[in-house]
Each structure stands twice: as C-alpha cells, then as structure tokens.
Design a binder for this molecule. Structure first.
Ligand code: ARG
Length: 499
C-alpha cells in the first residue's frame, strides 16, 4: 500500500506545499505518487533524523543556534500534532518540512540544507527497520525458550520419528523439539547480522553526490545510534540490500516456522501433541473438532514473506544507481514481511509453550512399523556381523513382520532370518538381553547417545549448549537495545541544548 489516500477536491485546492509548490498540486497520478499514508511507519524516524541533522548543522555553524532552536521547536509542534495532521504531500519528508515552515516561518526551510530526501528516506527506513529487526529477533528468542523448555521436560518421552512421513526410528519429544530450537537459533543469528548491516547511516550522502557544506556525517550517525556511515554518497541513498538481507532472513525464519507448524499439525492429528484451546479453533458444524488453525495460518505466512522477498528483489533488479522512485514501492514489502514474520513467530511460540505432549500416545507408537530395526542392525553390527549382512537379516525379518508386531514376534522373526542368512541362531551372536534392549523404543533411544543424538543425556547436553547460545543472543540483543536507547537520550540532550 504505497499509494496515498485518494485526494479529494478540497485537498487538491490547498495542496500547494512549500517544498513541491505547484509540482504536486494535483493531477490524476497524485495518489499513485504519494507515499504519505505508508510513511506513517517512519514518521517518528523522520523527526529523529530531522533533529539530528539540525543539531549537526548548528554544531557545524551551517545554521545559527537560534535558527536551529526555531526549527527544533517547529519539529516538536509537528510531533505533537501527529502524522494525521500533516499537510497533504508527496511523502512524509516533504510534509514535515512544509509543516515546520508553516509553524516557524521561512527559517524552517534551512532544515533541508546539505541533504536530500534520498539520503533522508534511506536513513529513516534504516532507523525504523533496525527496531523492527530487533523485535523479530526478540520473538525468535521467545520461540527458542518455549522449544527449549518443552524439550527439557521431555528428554525421556519417547515418540516415533519419521522420514518421508513413514515411521523411521524412535526418538524423544525433547530431541524433536530441540531440532527446531537449533534452526531458530540460526534464524536469530541471521536477524542480528541483518541488524548490524542495517545500522549504518546514509545521512549526508545528499542526493547522491555529497555536498559542498562542511557536514559531519559521523556526528549525525552517532546522534541517531548508527554504528557508522554508509561510505559512498551514491551507495548511501541507493542501497536497499539491507532490506533484502533482513527479508531473506525473515523468509528463512518463516520456512522454519512452516516446518514446525506442519510437524505439530501432524502430531496433533496423531494425538501426540495437544494444542491448547487458545491456539485452536473448532468446526462450525462438527462440534467435536479441535483444529490447529493457528499453526496452519503460521505455516501459510511463508507464502506472504517469501512473496515480499520476491517483490523486493524484482523491484530492485536492474535499477540504475542513485535514487529512482521505484524504491518507494520496495519499502512496504519489508514492513509487511517483518510484521507478518514477527507475529507468526510469536503465535507459534505461544502454541508450543501452551501445548501438551501426550506421553502415552507418543510411547504407544514409538516402536510402530518396526522402527527399532536400525538399532537392531546396529546391535548385530556391534557383535561383529558386517553392517550390510546385519541389514539383510533385519530386512528379512521386517518383511515377514506385521506393522504392529510386538517385540517378541520381531525377536522370533529375527532369529529365523538369522538362520537363513547366517546359517546360525541369532543368539550365537547377541545376547537375548541386548536384543530386547534394541527392540525396546526406550532402549533404542538410550543407545543412540552420539553427539546430537536422541539419548536423554545427549539431548540434555545439546539443550545446555543451546541455552548458552540463547543467553548470548539475548545479551547481544540487549546491548543493541541499550545502545539505541542511549543514542536517543543523547539526541534529546543535544536538542535540549538549543531549545
Ligand atoms: N517517498 C520517497 C520514497 O519512499 C522518498 C524519497 C523521494 N525522493 C525523490 N527524489 N523523489 O522513496
């Protein structure tokens, strides 16, 4: 929704603004050109950027201190009136400048010295987007907490593990959940990296070719909490790759969410996972139904966010350097993507945190479909039978076993298969005890204690490492929040020195 609201006849009449004069007075393309409505998102950012720029202009003696004071008080008035009170215009930058001039007179026009809307809008987008990225990262931390907590509760809860949606090997609920905690860990890391590359200031690049004024770009960067400047003046106003990077990270996150949602929907169908009523819905005519609607919606969000990524990239493809108005239509893809992904992450975190795992239902199916077969083959191989031969014995036993065969039946089948393949009883090679452990889902899981495996101790080790990384990421996030808050205070102090 880059377009502004449809202008009314009245709007068109008094639409003349200081900045555009009669250039934006009307015409059929007026609404199409304006980003004012969508720019509400960067209203606060633009005020901060205007203040930092004005302070710097005064510090550099480009405007006088009393002129800066007037401009800054005009900005206060514009802020108090809010985005809705802005005069009609092409965008928020122009409208704020016009409103400041209307408020304090022609001196307000000095605010736009030594910059252009090109570096201005790029700075505003980065200023707002970095905060949005931190919110998204925060949501991933909450999801990781929910996953890690539920996983820690269920390191001993055996359940069937699937490949190709077929019973494959027994695992535990803890192992299944921590597999997603690992994925979301990388999602957080990608968002933090995207934040760092977003957090550079384009301000002072001017239209694209710098300025004759003796500006201090590092100072405005500092006042706005940026870690540094985007070096090249043309790159400063042109670059939107930070939006691509952030949106790609978010699209990746939603792909993770969609997989988790799909698994939980399946597990709900099988009775392993019981979503709480808060995250479920029912049928309008089938009163017995508890449908995992929130998870289905979360699964679908991947479509929106990857669509936004495609929209962004397609808009940016082939754009020549410096500012082109196409860029105006790139931005909303980034806003939509970060909003959708953050909301979906929060919802999935809630569904995980409030859902229950039915340990009995999980255990009942943990050995289904002779899913302990791999463990049995491993046990035979440990007894010195070449793995390929062991695999053949187990495959032969599996072929003649019904899907719901109990461990006793499987043991008998295995012994028969061993006679055929090895020419001797299985128990010449393995003890009855070792075989029955391998055929038991609990024993089977316990035996797979390799690094990252499902054995309860191995999962506990993984969870400890993942908790450490979670805490590191939490600290990294807090440090970024603190730095932004400190810059906000500095900017207020710097402004107060003039007003
Ligand atoms: N509304 C514009 C945008 O969102 C702001 C920059 C306009 N610059 C220009 N030279 N027309 O990109």
């Amino acid at each position: 929704m880059t377009d502004g609201e449809e202008p009314t006849a009245g709007d068109a009449a008094d639409a003349e603004t200081v900045v555009r004069r009669d250039r934006f007075a009307g015409g059929p393309a007026r609404g199409f050109m304006s980003s004012l409505a969508a720019d509400e998102r960067i209203f606060a950012a633009d005020l901060a950027v205007d203040r930092a720029h004005t302070v710097m202009l005064a510090e550099q003696d480009i405007v006088a201190a009393d002129e800066a004071a007037e401009i800054l008080s005009g900005l206060d008035a514009v802020e108090a009136a809010g985005h809705g009170a802005l005069p009609d215009g092409e965008d928020v930058h122009e409208a704020i400048e016009s409103a400041v001039v209307a408020e304090v007179g022609a001196v307000g026009g000095k605010m736009h010295t030594a910059r252009s809307r090109n570096d201005e809008v790029a700075t505003c987008i980065r200023h707002r987007y970095r905060a949005d990225l931190l919110d998204a990262a925060e949501a991933t931390l909450a999801l990781r907490e929910a996953l890690l907590e539920a996983a820690a509760e269920h390191t001993d809860t055996v359940m069937p593990g699937f490949t190709h949606r077929q019973y494959a090997q027994p695992v535990t609920v803890g192992h299944f959940l921590s597999s997603y905690a690992g994925a979301v860990e990388r999602d957080t890391a990608r968002l933090l990296a995207a934040f760092d590359r977003t957090n550079e200031s384009p301000l002072g690049g001017a239209a694209f070719a710098g300025t004759t004024f003796d500006i201090d770009r590092e100072r405005t960067a500092e006042l706005l909490g940026f870690d540094g400047v985007v070096e090249n003046a043309t790159d400063a106003g042109s670059a939107r790759d930070f939006l691509v990077e952030g949106t790609a990270a978010l699209a990746t996150l939603t792909a993770t969410l969609s997989g988790l949602s799909a698994d939980l929907i399946e597990h709900a169908k099988d009775g392993y996972f019981v979503p709480s009523d808060d995250y479920a819905s029912t049928s309008s005519i089938m009163p017995q139904k508890v449908n995992p609607d929130t998870l289905e919606l979360a699964r679908a969000v991947t479509g929106d966010v990857s669509g936004d990524l495609a929209g962004l990239l397609t808009t940016l493809k082939g754009l020549p350097r410096a500012y082109n108005r196409d860029l105006q239509r790139a931005t909303p893809h980034a806003w939509d993507a970060v909003d959708d992904a953050t909301e979906a992450t929060t919802v999935v975190a809630g569904a995980v945190a409030t859902g229950e795992w039915d340990a009995e239902a999980c255990a009942a199916d943990a050995g289904a479909g002779f899913s302990t077969a791999t463990g049995v083959a491993d046990a035979l191989a440990s007894a010195g039978i070449p793995f390929r031969t062991a695999h053949e014995v187990v495959a032969e036993a599996a072929a003649s076993a019904p899907d719901d065969a109990d461990p006793e039946t499987l043991a008998a089948n295995l012994d028969t298969a061993a006679q055929e393949v090895l020419g001797e009883s299985l128990y010449e090679r393995v003890s009855r005890e070792d075989l029955s452990t391998a055929l038991d889902p609990v024993g089977s899981v316990a035996a797979r204690a390799s690094h990252g495996g499902p054995a309860p101790d191995a999962v506990a080790d993984s969870l400890a490492r993942m908790t450490e990384t979670h805490d590191d990421h939490e600290a990294a996030l807090a440090a970024r929040h603190d730095a932004l808050a400190a810059a906000e205070t500095d900017l207020t102090d710097a402004v107060n020195a003039y007003t």
